[in-house]
Design a protein around this ligand. Sequence first.
Ligand SMILES: Cc1cc2nc3c(=O)[nH]c(=O)nc-3n(C[C@H](O)[C@H](O)[C@H](O)COP(=O)(O)OP(=O)(O)OC[C@H]3O[C@@H](n4cnc5c(N)ncnc54)[C@H](O)[C@@H]3O)c2cc1C
Ligand code: FES
Length: 349
Amino acid sequence: MMAHFRSITQHRVTLSDGTEFDVAPGQTLLQAALAAGLDWPNGCRVGLCGSCRCRVTSGRVRALTDFSDVLDAQALAQGQVLACRCQLESAICVNSDQLLCGLAPDDVDIDATITRLERVTPLVLVLELTLDHPHPNGYSGGQYARLEVPGTVPPRCFSFANACRGDGRLRFFVRIFPGGRLGEWLTDADRVGHRIRVSRPLGRFVFRDSRRPALFFAGGTGIAPVLAMLEELASRPASEQPPVRIAFAARDQQHLFYRRYLEPVVDRWAIGTTINFVNVLSREPRPSGWKGLRGHFFEHLALLTAGFEQADTYLCGPPGLVDAMQFHLIKSGYAHARISADRFLPSFA
Ligand SMILES: Cc1cc2nc3c(=O)[nH]c(=O)nc-3n(C[C@H](O)[C@H](O)[C@H](O)COP(=O)(O)OP(=O)(O)OC[C@H]3O[C@@H](n4cnc5c(N)ncnc54)[C@H](O)[C@@H]3O)c2cc1C
Ligand code: FES
């Protein structure tokens, strides 16, 4: 089924209900299906959520990422693939029985107006939006949405940085990459008042159990889902606010932008319940006035986990940081099942 050479011709897809469409060279199966006007289910579009899965009954596809991160052995043996992460090497047939039915009622993108944009570090923008109408079922702290500027910037995933208040006001932290399509669009002109499109809430990286202590490890803009979860917990009764520690990785002191958003949350935490944060700076110049930790999380693991040995842990931000911390936490005795991870993978278009 899988092949490892690059196709230079377009190939036809035939669904079991008789629908046909073509996939151009370089296009993913999902991109072609959406371009053909099909309501193909999808979420992250980077191979994380599994919503675009389908069963290929004949023909060859090329996997752009390892499907086994999302699909179990049985699904792979049945010929399931992730449409957002595969290209075609031949004409294929796809079973459409479970495909084109059952889009969630809130599966429609919502337009929004940019209300605030602020560069809070050389690499990070705070982006605030107001949706034309709030997400019908709200969202949970830790989830993300796809942001898109139709015709200009293709969809990109960004985690909500504030808890849902039901008023359609959203905050995101946007890391700027050289050549980044969204980052450049947001910074090359005054975009306040401009329109942007927001998907439904996506993802399962949410707070697990408020009866258990929680230990967060976040790098850079990976602090966004942590803030949204904590803001949500801060509005719950004191008995539902667990002991919390947040470890934050940044380059240097000028990247500690998150404090002004976290401090109001800390002020609302139940009296007598621990909530503290620790910064670890990897490139703080020497000498400097910094008296905190330097280096990387794993170099200070015993200190950062002290008192939180029984905690649920949450890792979010750059994939390298998340993978390294997952490895070190498991090595130091944390059960895999108690570690939740949210990798900020690059987009593919
Ligand atoms: C579930 C999820 C949640 C996310 N939440 C956030 C968030 O809250 N804040 C945030 O800043 N980002 C987040 N990301 C990452 C973000 O979607 C990507 O970084 C996105 O590609 C940035 O779009 P852009 O148009 O600015 O840059 P692009 O045009 O996509 O990329 C420009 C260049 O930068 C490189 N690049 C882009 N993103 C990354 C990356 N993450 N790591 C390394 N290289 C990269 C690309 O390969 C390319 O060379 C999230 C990703 C996922 C999957
Ligand atoms: S849309 Fe394909 S895995 Fe999420």
